[in-house]
Design a protein. Structure first.
Length: 415
């Protein structure tokens, strides 16, 4: 069957340097069966960073983030568009500390005038009734008026506003979001490509969406080199990396789909670099999910990320919408839920998680301090230099010499 006509629009330019050939036989990876090979991929716990030959004062390194000419942040940290994490108060608090929180336009905060009772009901539900409670909560329709009001309330506080929509509603909501004053528009699904094909519903064109938007468009999620390159060619400003790594996500268990975050980030970062080599603008690579502690965040940047998007660690902030719970965006799906609710408890203020000072020794607080220190130890003056530090495969990096910590459940031995 012939490919849909719009597929040819994003065919990759052929170049002996740019195009990655699909190798056959042993060259493509490990043999998993007769005629079948698989590439080895790596997650955060399997790699480590090598200190540099020169070290720098952590206070003098640059960890700021920019996307295009107009959108800039003091911190390269984004809060995920999770209803249990981001409400208006959290978004404002995150912005005042230097990062940005993404408001879920398909979530409860745009369905209800007062979403607090709904969040509290979800947080209090027992496991046997949780799915029913979630489905009932998300049955209420999204109200365009609330979308505008939420955005204006965040902007009136003097901070950046990022909003997220599912692809099916992206075109209509992008217009509402722009008029209300949003700074960034995120289109987010389990997996997004530039060549989605369907005979039963309208297909979103990222080229057209980008042209229609005067604000940066970020899309995701993606874990694949060629797919990322095709998406970048549509003119997007940022791309989210990660399929199923989040603590509240069950996509990998339900669909069996996903790539560990170190490899996924490195592959998408390679697409970014190739896109720039071809004359395109720099597209921000944002590693989304799977990071629990400062070490994971540092490894994401070393793998090629320009920023990171974090959910569950922020759910433990005193300012979070649910005060200690998180659930994935696909959890309320009426047909095939791909998320669950997790309880992390309230652990610290948002400021302590982002900027410190840390009151614990397990890496779950002062993410900015951890990132600055890692840049200093590796001799990188900024994140762009940090993306090229040496890394080693080290599956025992979190356990080597840590027997006492593990036995006593302290430091790196905390479960």
């Amino acid at each position: 069957m012939a490919a849909p006509p719009h597929w040819s629009k994003h065919t990759l330019k052929q170049s002996p340097v740019a195009t990655r050939e699909i190798l056959s036989g042993e060259q493509s990876g490990l043999q998993i069966g007769i005629g079948r090979y698989a590439r080895r991929a790596y997650g955060f716990d399997e790699v480590a960073l090598v200190p540099g030959g020169v070290t720098l004062n952590p206070d003098e390194v640059d960890i700021t983030f920019s996307m295009g000419e107009r959108f800039k942040l003091d911190l390269p940290f984004w809060a995920s568009a999770m209803d249990g994490v981001v409400d208006l108060d959290f978004a404002i608090a995150m912005g005042k500390l230097g990062g940005v929180a993404v408001v879920n336009l398909d979530g409860v905060h745009t369905r209800y005038e007062d979403s607090r009772p709904v969040i509290e009901k979800i947080a209090a539900a027992d496991k046997s009734t949780l799915n029913a409670v979630l489905k009932e909560a998300y049955r209420e329709p999204v109200k365009p008026k609330l979308i505008s009001e939420r955005i204006k309330q965040i902007k009136d506080a003097g901070v950046a506003c990022a909003v997220s929509s599912v692809p099916a509603r992206a075109e209509e909501r992008a217009d509402v979001a722009q008029k209300a004053g949003a700074d960034v528009f995120v289109v987010q699904g389990t997996v997004l490509t530039a060549r989605h094909s369907s005979r039963s519903y309208h297909q979103l064109s990222f080229d057209e969406l980008v042209r229609a938007c005067d604000i940066p468009v970020v899309v995701g999620n993606c874990v694949h080199y060629e797919t990322a390159l095709e998406l970048m060619e549509t003119g997007i400003a940022g791309i989210l990396v990660g399929v199923g790594p989040g603590a509240a996500c069950t996509t990998r268990g339900v669909l069996g789909v996903g790539v560990p975050q170190v490899t996924a980030t490195a592959d998408v970062a390679a697409a970014r670099d190739e896109h720039m080599r071809r004359g395109g603008m720099r597209v921000a690579v944002i590693t989304d999910g799977g990071m629990r502690i400062g070490a994971d965040i540092c490894k994401a940047f070393a793998s090629g990320a320009d920023a990171v998007m974090i959910g569950t660690p922020f759910a433990g902030a005193e300012e979070s919408a649910s005060k200690g719970f998180n659930w994935g965006m696909a959890t309320p799906d009426p047909n095939l839920p791909r998320g669950t609710r997790v309880h992390v408890g309230t652990r610290a203020t948002l400021k302590e998680i982002l900027l410190g000072p840390a009151r614990v020794d397990d890496g779950s607080q002062n993410f900015a301090g951890a990132l600055r220190s890692a840049l200093g130890v590796c001799g990188a003056r900024d994140i762009a230099e940090f993306q090229h530090v040496e890394m080693v495969i080290a599956p025992s990096i979190t356990s080597e010499g840590k027997a006492l910590q593990q036995a006593q459940h302290v430091g790196m031995g905390k479960s």
